[in-house]
Design a protein around this ligand. Structure first.
Ligand code: AHR
Length: 310
């Protein structure tokens, strides 16, 4: 009868539909929330059933989620790895189960690159370098910087520091006077900035904040205002991501520069995976997304472009 017919066509449909498990970091930043949203949209466009598991910033939760995806027999697994080490064992399990793994926005440390199909990420060292170069130029290479690092052990925190440090090394008048992790969150960015301000003469000894993401920069802006100083003027604000709130801050004169990270990592990942599933075409090991520098002149227009997407 009708019910049986519907059931069987439903089953046939389910057979064609690709199911992908996505172990997401959490919801630490505006950028992260946007990435989750865009991933759902990109999956839906392609008729992919995307199961997202929120790890709340804990690797142990990610490992558990990956094991559960393997047990469910998904067609592929996406991982945005919260930290870069400690992945080999669980990735080996996925490989043994013949389930391809794609890394999104963060990379891993491994000796065995066959453990994942490809990684869709930006050049995070470059992001730190270009942010530092903007600041060196702006300040004539003389600046006391406080640095808000991302999550300890995460590839963007390690690399964004490395890239910025290269510029500091090349400019004898540039110095990182304080550095600490704000875990990529607004709340911790603000807290850490408050302690930096106290330790550095009420903020008077600080020329600039370099934040590994916009959310921490926005927390820092708040702390600077509460200390009676002008963010963007008394203390320059340099960060990474390109979320709507930083464009808002830039157009209000309270932030100076951001390096955009696209929230669309899933689109290129899904395309690479589709080609691989179709005829075995192996993608490049690194699918690099663009990094673009934005300054206040275009901030209002850029804010308008992004505000509904996020
Ligand atoms: O891995 C990308 C980084 O993770 C983003 O820059 C940051 O906002 C997020 O938490």
């Amino acid at each position: 009868g009708m019910a049986a017919l519907m059931l069987s066509s439903g089953a046939a449909y389910a057979q064609n539909k690709m199911t992908i498990g996505f172990s997401q970091v959490g919801s630490e930043s505006g950028w992260r929330a946007a990435e989750t949203k865009v991933s759902k949209i990109e999956a839906e466009k392609r008729g992919v059933d995307l199961k997202i598991s929120d790890a709340q910033q804990k690797q142990e939760n990610q490992i558990r989620a990956v094991r559960s995806f393997i047990a469910q027999g998904v067609d592929a697994i996406f991982i945005a790895p919260v930290v870069s080490t400690g992945w080999d064992a669980v990735l080996k399990e996925a490989k043994d189960a013949k389930i391809p793994v794609v890394l999104l926005d963060r990379s891993i440390d491994t000796k065995d690159e066959s453990l994942y199909l490809t990684a869709v990420t930006s050049d995070t060292v470059y992001e730190g370098k270009v942010a530092g170069e903007w600041l060196a130029k702006e300040t004539g290479g003389k600046c006391n910087v406080v640095e808000l690092q991302g999550t300890v052990g995460s590839s963007p925190a390690i690399n964004r520091k490395k890239g910025f440090d290269q510029v500091v090394a090349a400019n004898p008048g540039m110095k990182i006077v304080r550095t600490q992790s704000g875990d990529f969150t607004r709340t911790k960015g603000k807290e850490v900035m408050e302690s930096f301000i106290k330790a550095e003469g009420g903020g008077k000894n600080i020329c600039a904040v370099y934040a590994h993401n916009d959310d921490m920069a926005i927390g820092a802006i708040q702390a600077i205002k509460e200390a009676g100083l002008k963010p963007g003027k008394d203390i320059k604000i340099v960060s990474i991501d390109g979320v709507p709130d930083i464009f808002k801050a830039m157009s209000d004169g309270e932030a100076n520069v951001t390096v955009e990270l696209t929230p669309n990592m899933a689109g290129p990942a899904l395309d690479a995976l589709a080609a691989f599933k179709k005829d075995g075409t192996a993608p490049k090991k690194w699918i690099q997304t663009e990094s673009k520098v934005f300054t206040p002149e275009t901030a209002k227009a850029e804010y308008d472009k992004r505000k509904d997407l996020y």
